[in-house]
Every structure is written in structure tokens, then in C-alpha cells.
Design a protein around this ligand. Structure first.
Ligand code: ATR
Length: 283
């Protein structure tokens, strides 16, 4: 009985566009290495079609899905039950079914923290606040994660009003800085996180002076395309510890896999190498 169920288990990543998602590489690696008889595919769904796609998830044979741009807010709205993290963010990136009801979580938060814990251990006990750049959906997940670990956050965004709205929603412990005030924000900071699209291939570089950061600071760019952004290169040349966006990508995938296929997968060097090679190939 249970082996029949395993054979039919099928999950997907849904977005628009979806062609460049690395999620199939990650989940199919785990399925193969754990010897599980499931499958994981990419599904392109337009914004007007997303709600009915989510509603018909089980009818279409899926046990769950990852949700990516631009559907994370709609995914939150169509869920019957969401995790406290997803409720705080108003965004869902992982769907599964419980007794036919659509449930949602936002694993970007846990993924972000797991990557930092793995690649920069001790980051959260270092003195000094975290500086976060950006105020989009990714920034919301990052700020939530940092507050969860008790870090004070200094938030700067090109459009200050968006940063203010994020800070209001996040509550105490988040202070908005103007972009021009970054040098003073960085002074004494223990962590810098870029959540903007600056530095991504095809976008302008994130060009900021890292000189004010103390030597114990960690620099984390959640951009992973390219693997080493200008920001990370500058941080390395200053001798700072760096964390690329690949770790968050890998770790955010694990909770969904566990829900759908029943086994907690590991983020191994082999998997990381596979995803990094795929990124390099498409650059
Ligand atoms: P996501 O949901 O992935 O975080 P988003 O909501 O489009 O994506 O947010 C992109 C972030 O990159 C925003 O903080 C955006 O700044 P604005 O709020 O001012 O738009 C930031 N960003 C994009 N292009 C930028 C640029 N050229 N200079 C500075 N910030 C930029």
C-alpha cells in the first residue's frame, strides 16, 4: 500500500516564467540519492491561472508544490491553513495537502538561517546589528528571520517608503536608513545582506564601500546568479566571511521535500556542486 503511494508521489515548482528554476535539479537529486520513486517537475502557470492550478493540485496528481515568482502572495491567499511564518509574511513558497486541504509555509526564512548557520557559524552571536538592503518579498523573509534570532536590523532601500512599510509590518527592532546613510549603518554591523536584484546577471552591480564594516562582519548576498557577485568579491578581498545565495536556495527546498516524500534530505557538497555547475553553465 505505502509503496504504491510512493510511486505516485509527484511534486512541482510553479512560477511564471519557470524555465530557469533550479528546484527540479535539487529535488530530483534527492529522489535519486534517497532511492525514492517520486518525481518533481516545473510547471509554468500565468498569474490569472494560478488560483485554479492550486485548487486543482491534488486532482492533477500532485502531493505538493514549490511556489515562486510571481505567485507567492496568491498562494498565501488560497491556502486553507498556513504556518505562523507564512502568516507573518503573507507569502507562501511551499504547498502541501492535509486531508484534502491546501496548506502553506514560507521556507525562505528557515533556508536563509540554515545557510548562514552552515556557512558562517556564530554569525548570530556576534555583536552589532544586521544591515539589510532591499524591501521586496525576499527582504521581508530575511528581516523576519533576523528578528527571529534577535538581531536588530538596519534597513535601507532605494525607495524609502517601501522600507518604512516593511519596518512597520516587522514591528520593533527594525530601523530605516536612507541609502546615502549606508556608511554609518555599516559601521559596527555584524552582518550585511543584499536582497535587491543589484548584482544579478543583467542588472547593475551593487557598488557600495565595505570599508566601514568591522573585520568580524559577514556579508551575505542572496543573489546566486552569478555565484560570486561584485559584492561578495569585494567582501572577500577585505578578508570578510561571505555567504552566497546558493545555500539559501538549497536549504529552502528541504522542508517541502520532507513533507511530500517523507524523508528529510541533506544539503551535501555534491548537491551544491551540481547546482553551482548548472548556474555556471547558464551564465
Ligand atoms: P523580491 O520579491 O525578489 O525581493 P522585488 O519586490 O522586485 O523582488 O524587490 C527588488 C528589490 O531590489 C527592491 O528592494 C528594489 O528597490 P525598490 O523598492 O526601490 O524598487 C531593489 N532594486 C531593484 N533595482 C534596483 C536598483 N537599480 N537600485 C537599487 N535598488 C534596486
Amino acid at each position: 500500500m505505502s509503496s504504491n503511494l510512493e510511486i505516485t508521489r509527484k511534486a512541482c515548482v510553479v512560477g511564471w516564467p519557470i524555465a530557469h528554476s533550479r528546484s527540479p535539479i535539487i529535488h530530483n537529486f534527492w529522489l535519486t540519492h534517497l532511492g525514492l520513486a517520486g518525481s518533481y517537475e516545473s510547471v509554468a502557470v500565468t498569474p490569472p491561472d494560478f488560483a485554479s492550478f492550486a485548487h486543482d493540485l491534488a486532482a492533477n496528481g500532485f502531493v505538493g508544490a514549490n511556489v515562486t515568482i510571481p505567485h507567492k502572495q496568491t498562494a498565501f491567499e488560497v491556502c486553507g491553513k498556513v504556518s505562523p511564518t507564512a502568516a507573518s509574511l503573507g507569502a507562501v513558497n511551499t504547498l502541501w495537502l492535509e486531508h484534502g486541504a491546501l496548506c502553506g509555509d514560507n521556507t525562505d526564512v528557515a533556508g536563509f538561517l540554515a545557510a548562514l548557520d552552515e556557512e558562517a557559524p556564530g554569525w548570530d552571536t556576534a555583536s552589532g546589528p544586521a544591515v539589510v538592503l532591499g524591501a521586496g518579498g525576499a527582504a521581508r523573509a530575511v528581516v523576519h528571520a533576523l528578528r527571529h534570532r534577535g538581531k536588530r536590523v538596519l534597513l535601507a532601500n532605494r525607495t524609502r517608503a517601501r522600507a518604512e512599510s516593511l519596518a512597520t509590518d516587522a514591528g520593533a527592532g527594525v530601523e530605516v536608513y536612507d541609502w546615502a546613510q549606508l556608511p554609518s549603518a555599516l559601521e559596527g554591523a555584524s552582518l550585511l545582506v543584499n536582497t535587491t536584484s543589484l548584482g544579478m546577471k543583467g542588472h547593475p552591480a551593487l557598488d557600495i564601500d565595505l570599508a566601514p564594516l568591522p573585520p568580524h562582519a559577514v556579508v551575505n548576498d542572496i543573489v546566486y546568479f552569478p555565484l560570486e557577485t561584485t559584492l561578495l568579491r569585494a567582501a572577500k578581498s577585505r578578508g570578510l566571511r561571505t555567504v552566497s545565495g546558493v545555500g539559501m536556495l538549497l536549504h529552502q527546498a528541504a522542508p517541502g521535500f520532507e513533507r511530500w516524500f517523507g524523508v528529510r534530505p541533506s544539503v551535501t557538497p555534491e548537491l551544491r556542486g551540481l547546482v553551482e555547475a548548472d548556474v555556471l553553465k547558464s551564465l
